[in-house]
Ligand binder design. Sequence first.
Ligand SMILES: [Zn+2]
Length: 216
Amino acid sequence: MYEVSTELTYYVGKIKGGCVDMKVINIEAETGAGVRLKKGQVIRVIDIEGKQVADLVAINADDSTECLDPGATIDALHSKDIQQGEPLYSNRYQPMLTVMKDMVGKHDLLLPACRPEMYEILYDKREHANCFDNLNKALVSFNIQPLQQHRPFNIFMNTIVDNEGRVCVVEPLSSSGDYIELKAEMDLIVAVSACPTYESACNGYECTGIRLEVLG
Ligand SMILES: [Zn+2]
């Protein structure tokens, strides 16, 4: 299991004898963080304890009107499921992030980020931590205005669609230390939220942290 630092961000620096320059961000349970990626850099999203969903959004660092678009990705891939080697597309159908390595193979492109209204309607709870606010807070720190809705790539989210079209979110298949690696195909601002839903199987009924590593 990875150790969680109390510091949000720190640099590991150059690994002796190698050329890996790695930035590490530990996202505590129910919170979010953002990072700037240069084209060609790889972000590794790690499920620290297992069964934890990470909502990821990406925005073109040079043009905030271009963003990761799960609907366009489903359209371009002809599938609701993304495979290793395939890209996530922007609203302009440009590759934004390519899946380089995937230890889990089950993620979600269908559902929006959880938001305060969702917790009110589905769980009758007010002022619940949520991915919508976590992502907006992370983006604001990069001078990106809050969005009205977030449609992320929901990493490790295990959404099942049955033959009748019913949609059900069940426990993630990810175990402690499992990760996915995504390569930036353009300069990007990326925000990630460790989903705060503990009321359902979405995060295995317990919210834990997510670790980001930026390579390159
Ligand atoms: Zn969420």
